[in-house]
Design a protein around this ligand. Structure first.
Ligand code: G6P
Length: 607
């Protein structure tokens, strides 16, 4: 949510600012801006359109010379997307410029305090308070002024600050919002996300919560809350820069859908040694696990839908009651968790504010927290007792696909591993399941070959009215994800309904010509779902069913999509693929911005 970049070095700052912002645009894209320091003055340029127009406005950066600067791409929280609300924000005298990611919780009080001192606000944002505060505390040392200002802030922030008196310096600070410093010869970079840094450097310093950094072209000095210097070694980012680029695909989403078999293979194979599942470094052991009476899975969005699959798989293999909660609900419902509850947190970005808050809530109540996260070193990863990384590589499209699939793979592996540890699964059964998990990438590869059929179905998809996804058990978990994919990128109303629940309300929406997609991979419940299919057909619906290849009985549906047959506990992994493709083709054909759907953001770092 919102992207931050910064540069100080020997080259024109604007080159990196514009390139970095374009790479971070997926984090928020309702407006953007840059500030560059030149000849002792700060020049600002903003847009309420995409980064491309910032490039045009600045004549590809030529109108903004200078070797230090900051930039921001915004996802509006306080105030509508507008030029006034776009970052960077300036102090009244224009000597400080600030970009901010996060959300302040005491902004109203600080605004009143500053207004009483005569500060005239130019925007509705919480961020604008920060340059005014820094200016108030500035007595010649910008780092000290930023330190005093951030001491006054409640809430979350990642900041990039430019001071007109310091020609080649940037100041950075963070609390509960990610911020990284990139080190290179003759240049130092700032970014909220490593994807912006990768084309320039792989040497990265992570700023910890509460720290402040002073960036110069020669490097960065870090300070803790009390202003004491902090020594930290830079780490090396290992993943491939190409992974964050489209590589010939029309959209990141399409590329990421196609990458799923490979991403799942990486996630799984790295955990297997000598035919056994190995989670090295996990604190959760047999003793701790045997004290667990309940599992609480907590997540948001598609990660929550992965959790819905996890719930079925955990209860089946572990025979431990498993609850599934939306993080935003869990954190405010006085949850009943303690030392006998294992909290499993799922998050692709590792930065989702509600998920992080739920994690902290669970931990404070004594629960052991195991997280399933994609972004290494993210806030959720660092705050957890144990982390299992998904190794999906960078995911850029706002609508997740490979993030979700790799989460499923880790949930399966974890369930098999824990069931073995608890003695609830024989070595033979575990071996069979592990073989089935390892065979998933091949089955997913075959499911991807359904692209032409899904493209054809998408071309005949209704353009108005709701599309229904129905299913039972694991099929229902997939139905929820399939409906979310379709609505988030195509803006078509789509809803998921558990087959058995249809007649308790949703069936009243079924009328002549309504499209119902029946997810029918759960063999033991296929007869039950067949009843639901007939019920909606009787009311005029056109039904598309998704069934496993090789199922003997013909489906009552009007059209059929056949996915590879896999182990009954693992069907979600193949069944979701045609409907990711379907959502993609529907959105593309409707001319929607597939990778950057309206009003959404990739990582939701505000509550
Ligand atoms: C946003 C994204 C979704 C994602 C959800 C949770 O809404 O658009 O794709 O599922 O956040 O994100 P997380 O990073 O915690 O998995």
């Amino acid at each position: 949510m919102c992207g931050i970049v910064g540069y100080t070095g020997n080259e024109p700052a604007i080159d990196f600012l514009l390139d970095g912002l374009a790479r971070l645009e997926y984090r928020g894209y309702d407006s953007a801006g840059v500030a560059v320091l030149n000849g002792g003055n700060i020049a600002v340029e903003k847009t309420v359109e995409r980064i491309g127009s910032l490039k045009r406005q600045t004549r590809n950066g030529r109108s903004l010379p200078g070797r230090a600067g900051i930039g921001h791409t915004r996802w509006a929280t306080h105030g509508a997307p507008s030029l006034a609300n776009a970052h960077p924000h300036l102090s009244a005298d224009g000597r400080f410029a600030v970009v901010h990611n996060g959300i302040l919780e005491n902004d109203a009080a600080l605004r009143r305090e500053l207004a009483a001192e005569g500060v005239a606000f130019r925007s509705e944002t919480d961020t604008e308070i920060i340059p005014h505060l820094i200016r108030r505390y500035y007595e010649g040392d910008p780092v000290a002024a930023v330190a005093k200002a951030v001491e006054r802030l409640a809430g979350s922030y990642a900041l990039g600050v430019l001071c007109a008196d310091c020609p080649d310096r940037l100041i950075a600070a963070r609390r509960f919002s990610p911020l990284l410093i990139g080190l290179a010869d003759g240049a130092t970079y700032l970014a909220s996300d490593v994807t912006a840094l990768l084309p320039r450097t792989r040497r990265v310093l992570e700023l910890a919560d509460g720290e402040i950094a002073l960036l110069t072209p020669q490097g960065a000095r870090l300070f803790d809350r009390e202003g004491r210097p902090v020594e930290r070694e830079a780490s090396r980012v290992t993943f491939d820069v190409g992974a964050a680029e489209k590589g010939g695909w029309a959209h990141f989403m399409q590329k990421e859908i196609m990458e799923q078999p490979q991403a799942v293979a990486q996630t799984v194979e790295r955990r297997i040694s000598g035919g056994e599942i190995v989670f090295s470094g996990l604190r959760l052991d047999a003793a701790l696990l045997s004290r667990i009476r309940r599992i609480a899975i907590v997540a948001c969005g598609s990660a929550y839908h992965a959790g819905a699959v996890g719930k079925y798989v955990f209860e089946e293999l572990l025979r431990i009651p498993t609850e599934l909660d939306l993080a935003s609900e869990f954190r405010y419902r006085n949850p009943l968790v303690g030392a006998d509850v294992l909290t499993v947190v799922i998050s692709q970005s590792g930065e989702t504010a509600d998920t992080l808050a739920a994690l902290r809530e669970a931990k404070a109540r004594g629960s052991h927290v195991l997280s399933i996260v994609n972004v290494v070193g993210s806030s959720i990863a660092r705050a957890s007792d144990d982390v299992l990384y998904t190794f999906a590589g960078p995911e850029i499209a706002v609508a997740t696909t490979k993030g979700y699939s790799t989460q499923l793979a880790l949930l399966y592996l974890f369930a098999v591993w824990a069931a073995r540890l608890l003695g609830r699964l024989s070595a033979d059964e575990a071996g069979r399941l592990l073989d089935a998990i390892r065979a998933l990438p091949q089955a997913m590869e075959r499911a991807l070959r359904l692209a032409p059929q899904m493209e054809d179905l998408a071309s005949r998809s209704p353009t108005d009215g709701s599309i229904f996804f129905i299913g039972r058990n694991l099929d229902y978990a997939v139905a929820q994800e399939a409906a979310l994919k379709l609505k988030e990128i195509s803006y078509l109303p789509a809803q998921a309904c558990a087959g058995g629940e249809l007649k308790h309300g949703s069936i009243s929406l079924i009328e002549e010509g309504r499209t119902v997609i029946a997810l029918d991979c759960c063999d033991r419940l296929s007869d039950k779902l067949a009843g639901n299919i007939r019920e909606v057909q009787a009311r005029g619906a056109r039904v598309i069913a998704c069934v496993p290849e090789g199922r003997a009985e013909p489906s009552a549906a009007d059209e059929t999509v056949r996915v590879p047959a896999v182990h009954p506990l693992l069907t979600a992994s193949v069944e979701v693929i045609p409907f990711q493709l379907y959502a993609y083709f529907v959105a593309r054909d409707r001319g929607c911005d597939v990778d950057k759907p309206r009003n959404l953001a990739k990582s939701v770092t505000v509550e």
